[in-house]
Design a protein around this ligand. Structure first.
Ligand SMILES: NC(=O)C1=CN([C@@H]2O[C@H](COP(=O)(O)OP(=O)(O)OC[C@H]3O[C@@H](n4cnc5c(N)ncnc54)[C@H](O)[C@@H]3O)[C@@H](O)[C@H]2O)C=CC1
Ligand SMILES: O=C(O)C1=N[C@H](C(=O)O)C[C@H](O)C1
Length: 252
């Protein structure tokens, strides 16, 4: 894509908490052109007609787990590059979409978290897990969140599992007297999800070893924290020829 051409951006979920921040960010960048919102709660024909009217290069998605898979399929059919922040896609869906985008040679970004500090938290946790394999993840979010565990916690768990020798933690005879007390099991370690008003997006990764503990924590205290990452992904995706899962792949 020519360097001096503005990138045409549409946003799904433009009236939501993240969408409103994303509209402001896109409108504030002279390199980007906000062509308007897209709402896909209609027939395929209606939605395709709206896309044809907007002519976007990039579709930014901050909607719900229920709609995001269809959005990625639609973007593929229409040759529009997606930048997806919506969480809740399964590992199988991501693998299938990755193959489909590769075959089409179309760029896309799925990033469970766009905040640079959250990416560092994941990377540091993966580094630490190699040497301190006893680990638990606690993610904490506002109580309007639909999915649990968070996309960030799942991605963190995947990165930890890739660098940690598999180990089933805790006492072999441990039992829950209240179901769920020990959290969700991922590859032998636990993920705990906290939902409270007043929170935005937070994660703590705790490690334990003989006589010591290590905590790695990230806090997003406002949704502006995600915007530099969204901006970076929009500018990167126009030059990609495959679907990338995780902002860390755009950083190195
Ligand atoms: N990757 C990241 O860094 C971040 C990701 N998220 C994720 O983004 C998603 C949205 O989060 P919030 O903005 O807090 O939610 P929200 O509920 O405030 O906004 C979602 C918006 O999407 C709209 N919507 C639903 N279906 C739609 C459709 N088919 N077409 C167009 N619009 C539709 C809703 O009306 C609503 O306005 C969630 O999955 C959340 O986990 C949130 C924060 C950061
Ligand atoms: O719903 C949210 O708010 C967030 N969702 C993403 C996730 O599931 O990880 C990213 C961030 O944690 C905020």
């Amino acid at each position: 894509m020519a360097e001096d051409k503005q990138i045409r951006v549409t946003i799904a979920g433009a009236n939501g908490r993240m969408g409103q921040e994303a509209v402001k960010m896109v409108q504030g960048d002279p390199g980007l052109l906000y062509v308007g919102p897209i709402d896909t709660r209609g027939t395929d024909e209606e939605v395709k007609a709206r896309f044809a009217q907007l002519q976007p290069d990039v579709l930014v998605d901050f909607t719900t787990p229920q709609h995001v898979y269809r959005h990625l399929q639609l973007a593929l059919q229409l040759g529009i590059r997606p930048v997806v922040g919506t969480t809740g896609l399964t590992a199988e869906q991501i693998a299938e979409l990755t193959e489909q985008y590769k075959t089409a040679g179309l760029g896309g970004v799925i990033a469970p978290n766009f905040a640079i500090g959250a990416i560092l938290c994941m990377k540091f946790a993966a580094m630490a897990a190699k040497y301190m394999p006893h680990v638990e993840i606690i993610e904490l979010h506002h109580d309007r969140k639909l999915d649990a565990p968070s996309g960030t916690a799942i991605k963190t768990a995947e990165m930890i599992a890739a660098s940690r020798n598999t180990l089933r933690q805790g006492h072999p005879d441990e039992e829950e007297s209240i179901a769920g007390a020990r959290g969700a099991d991922y590859d032998g370690f636990r993920i705990h999800s906290v939902r409270l008003p007043g929170l935005v997006a937070h994660q703590e990764v705790l490690f334990g070893a003989t006589g010591q503990t290590l905590s790695i924590r990230h806090d997003s205290i406002s949704r502006e924290s995600f915007m530099p990452g969204v901006n970076m992904a929009i500018k990167a995706v126009v030059n990609l020829e495959q679907l990338v899962y995780g902002l860390e792949h755009l950083l190195d």
